[in-house]
Design a protein around this ligand. Structure first.
Ligand SMILES: *Cc1c(COP(=O)(O)O)cnc(C)c1O
Length: 393
């Protein structure tokens, strides 16, 4: 039995079948290239779904993480530690946000944001002003509350009763949003580019007017940057493209660089909403995960971020000329490739694996989230494989 067959059999026997997996087991990686157990190489245009910001096994990140592992791996939030302070300080300085709560995932970050919004409103206005408006086609996570917050009917099954108090309005529909803000709403939560929903960027005018409307009505604006954050769109956070000041920003995926880490960033209105005992998580602010985050944040300086934009532009120009491609949505290194009517993005992803590139789907689009540190050589190699897949599909 091959190494792959052994792993697959073990997985089938002992790991809960909550994921459909491709018939590949990845053994190791370096930069944007990884290898399976037969030695076949793949250019990773998925970053482990937006996680490996610096690619596989970045030397500097490894050094930072390993040094911390050998110093203090965990002590709990009952004590002060240094790495989470450094990471939080960098996040605040680079965004204008005021405080950071560290969590372990995107869903958990969004849970924290929703709790904060409800408490803010309770403190200011008392009971009853607790609804959260999110957008149709959004994705906010897999906990019972974040599923309820997710604006896609397919996620609202089986797990009843869901958390109450979520209202959905279509993206880019300002009058629907205005109507929804009827005095019972404490927050509006949105992704600025809907990721899982199909790499759907919001219109700048809608985002800015929504932000104004929220400010006017003292409704908190929560921006879910779990996928768009940490350099993905060519700025540290996507909201920085829009000239808005969110009250809460959530992130995860790319801030961890491969370790589980999430953050809730609080602005002026929200920085003191949670007091001791109001919110917590045992692993939150873990020294190893936050040491890695600190390293990533140092790496993502203005020069690095402008490279993200340039690489994204380069990829677009090449992809536009490929067969079956109708257009490309997204920003920076978050790209959604529109295919000809009737084509299935999953077929392209499957063929991509054969040709040596790891791609993602987002609804009908082929989604690319390459590591931010991807080189032009790796880009060309991955795009050659993608083009080969598109020619054959
Ligand atoms: C991935 C994602 C989440 C959920 O993050 P998890 O770490 O899987 O809990 C939430 N919101 C957005 C926009 C995401 O892309």
């Amino acid at each position: 039995m091959s190494e792959f067959e052994k792993i697959k059999q073990g997985d089938d026997s002992f790991v809960a079948h909550t994921y459909g997996r491709f018939p590949v087991a990845i053994k190791e990686g370096k930069g944007a290239v990884c290898r399976d157990f037969d030695g076949k190489e793949y250019v990773d245009f998925s970053s482990g779904i937006g996680v490996n910001s610096l690619g596989f096994c970045d030397e500097g990140w490894i050094r930072a993480v390993i040094e911390q592992l050998g110093t203090l791996q965990h002590i709990s939030n009952l004590y002060y530690t240094e790495p989470c302070v450094s990471a939080a300080k960098l996040l605040c300085e680079r965004t204008g946000m005021k405080k950071v709560f560290f969590s372990n995932s995107g869903a958990e970050s969004n849970e924290g944001a929703i709790k904060c919004a409800r408490k803010y409103s309770y403190d200011q206005y008392g009971e009853g002003r607790n609804k959260v408006v999110t957008l149709v086609n959004s994705f906010h996570g897999r906990t019972v509350t974040t599923l309820a917050a997710t604006g896609q009917e397919v996620f609202h099954r089986y797990f009843y009763p869901f958390t109450e108090g979520f209202v959905f309005v279509p993206a880019n529909d300002l009058s629907a949003l205005e109507q929804a803000l009827d005095g019972s709403v404490c927050a509006v939560m949105m992704e600025l580019i809907q990721g899982e929903g199909g790499v759907m960027p919001l219109e700048a005018e809608f985002v800015q007017k929504a932000a104004d409307l929220c400010k006017e009505k003292d409704v908190l604006l929560i921006v879910d940057e779990v996928q768009t954050g940490v350099g993905r769109t060519g700025k540290l956070f996507a909201f920085q493209h829009f000239g808005i000041e969110p009250d809460i920003v959530t992130t995860a995926k790319g801030i961890g660089g491969g370790l589980p880490l999430g953050c809730v960033l609080f602005g002026e209105k929200t920085e003191s909403v949670f007091g001791p005992g109001d919110h917590a998580t045992t692993f939150g602010g873990n020294p190893v995960a936050t040491k890695g985050a600190e390293y990533i944040l140092h790496k993502l300086d203005d020069e690095f971020l402008s490279q993200v934009t340039e690489k994204g532009e380069y990829m677009r120009q090449r992809i536009e000329k490929m067969p079956h491609v109708q257009g490309i949505d997204g920003m920076g290194l978050m790209l959604g490739v529109r295919l000809e009517e009737g084509m299935k993005s999953a077929d392209v992803v499957k063929l991509g694996i054969e040709k040596g590139v790891l791609l993602l789907t987002a609804k009908a689009k082929v989604r690319l989230l390459p590591p931010l540190a991807v080189t032009y050589e790796e880009i060309d190699r991955g795009l050659d494989a993608m083009e080969a897949a598109l020619k054959e599909v």
